[in-house]
Ligand binder design. Structure first.
Ligand code: DON
Length: 508
């Protein structure tokens, strides 16, 4: 936990497009007594209301839930990290975990090629949404090796180090945050900051071919959808259908379609709406869900998507960290500002980006969000409610021992990517690095399309999928996994994803 928390504070400095103080996340924790789940998802401000992104004619105002102050939910990261550390940390002083981040912010660090490219790509958005000078903007383009120095962020981290939670949700940081909201027409008040609290949740649990699976419950859809898909798959002999062949891809896609249809209808923040978790995971229900499955023919998603504002693929970013120690204690943490650099607003004087997580609500029934996901009443905006997520940090055990921790960014494709790495390891018996490198695909019910990574698949396999009735759509890449597995001899094997050159795996 100490390592996981220290990494999160450091990522808030060195990975500003997704690492954060102004966002939220989810953490799965395997500790000596069991597995815990921590929800530090953002909440809708208390002044939010269900139609806040619609005009007087009831039409969606394009971009309002994505860019600028109104797009931001109340941040949960600082409260979440401190709670996680208080519950499971071993180092006696928070300083040990925050000081490295403060130094990185104060002294600067050389940006990577991908960060330089990203900072350049979003420079105009930064200018649009910030009137004060920010360290992310320069007169000339960023290039690899340039130093990014963030003195205001260092001060904020310093206040958190000295005052804990109060160093963010009260006092100077809160004052700066509320002043920023006033300037930009945002909705948070001190009451929102006072009311924010991370929540311990009961993990979603199930088994798959002898492995025990623990994942994130609502307000993430990840755990329920993942376990639904695994249970729908279990009666089939997936390995006999062979890896990346039309038969296995088709079965997986049909399982994905069904889980995402349920996601759209039933899932939301359980503090506000009743989510029928047991019914959704009931084995009789899941068998009945597959009754109309045909190995020959793609099903049809029985709803139409409002395509008017569907701009896929959006450019988005999130980050996942997996940590395991020698005793099999494990942390999987996925955190985000939602889009790259969130809503693009930097809190003046406090130096951190705010999220644009409000777009994860269903802002209007049938209206796709930036990932093309639709939702219903269960995920409508309400004051103080948490928006539904797809983030899926997941831990597996085998015979009571730690087996695997994994997770990834990727918006709606997170859950299906976690699924594929699991079946690649368990059914297709690939090593973890092969399981991660294998080309990925994705179906999310709506749009009724099978997405696939364009470099990975045999043309003949794609042709057979089309013959079954799938509408195919190529993407450059889908998700970027980070995972650690315990090998049969007890050694740990960590793997990042070749899709993201900044990813890495280290052992100490
Ligand atoms: O919570 C969610 O599901 C999204 N806000 C996650 C965003 C994301 O993964 C963007 N990443 N690549």
């Amino acid at each position: 936990m100490d390592a996981a928390v220290a990494v999160q504070f450091a990522l808030a400095v060195v990975y500003p497009r997704a690492g954060n103080l102004g966002g939220g996340g989810f953490m799965m924790i395997r500790h000596p007594e069991g597995v815990a789940a921590l929800d530090y998802r953002e909440r809708a401000p208390l002044l939010a209301h269900r139609d806040m992104y619609l005009d007087s004619a009831g039409q969606v105002v394009e971009g309002l839930s994505l860019h600028g102050h109104l797009a931001s939910g109340v941040p949960g990261t600082v409260d979440g990290l401190l709670r996680a550390w208080e519950a499971y940390g071993q180092v006696p002083n928070l300083r040990t975990l925050i000081d490295p981040a403060i130094q990185l912010a104060e002294n600067g660090f050389p940006v990577t090629t991908t960060e330089a490219e990203r900072l350049n790509r979003f420079a105009n958005d930064f200018r649009t949404h910030n009137t004060h000078p920010i360290p992310f903007l320069k007169d000339v383009a960023w290039k690899e090796g340039d130093l990014l120095v963030q003195p205001a962020l260092a001060q904020t981290l310093h206040r958190i180090r000295e005052q804990g939670r109060e160093g963010f949700y009260n006092g100077e940081t809160a004052r700066l945050l509320l002043a920023e909201m006033n300037r930009g027409g945002g909705l948070f008040q001190q009451q929102d900051l006072d009311a924010y609290s991370a929540q311990w949740r009961e993990p979603v649990k199930g088994s798959y071919r002898g492995y025990q699976v623990y994942s994130m419950p609502p307000p993430s859809s990840g755990g329920i959808a993942l376990l639904q898909m695994l249970q729908m798959l279990e009666p089939y002999d997936l390995s006999a259908m062979q890896h990346l062949q039309a038969e296995s891809i088709h079965l997986l896609a049909e399982v994905m379609r069904r889980a995402y249809a349920d996601r759209a209808e039933y899932l939301g923040d359980t503090d506000f709406v009743e989510v029928p978790v047991e019914a959704l995971l009931d084995s009789t229900y899941l068998r009945s869900r597959m009754q109309d499955f045909s190995p020959l023919k793609a099903s049809k998603s029985k709803a139409e998507l409002n395509r008017e504002l569907l701009h896929l693929p959006a450019s988005f970013e999130t980050t996942h960290t997996s940590v395991v120690d020698a005793r099999g204690n494990a942390v999987g943490v996925t955190t985000t500002l939602n889009s790259n650099y969130g809503c693009k607003v930097v809190v003046e004087g406090a130096g951190f980006f705010l999220n644009n997580e409000m777009d994860d609500f269903s802002i209007k029934p049938g209206q796709p969000n930036q990932f093309g996901l639709v939702g219903a009443e269960a995920n409508a905006i309400e004051p103080g409610k948490r928006m539904l997520s797809s983030m899926t940090p997941t831990i597996l055990e085998k015979d009571g021992d730690f087996f695997l921790v994994l997770g990834t960014p990727g918006g709606s494709t997170i859950i299906t990517s976690v699924l594929q790495v699991l079946v690649n390891v368990i059914d297709f018996e690939l090593s973890l690095d092969q399981a991660i490198e294998a080309p990925r695909f994705h179906h999310q019910w709506l749009p009724d399309e099978l997405w696939y990574e364009q470099l990975g698949f045999e043309p003949e396999v794609l042709r057979q999928l089309e013959l079954k009735g799938h509408q195919l759509k190529a993407f450059d890449y889908i998700a970027r996994m980070k995972a650690i597995q315990r090998l049969p001899d007890g050694r740990l094997f960590g793997a990042g994803d070749f899709r993201q050159p900044d990813d890495d795996a280290r052992g100490y």
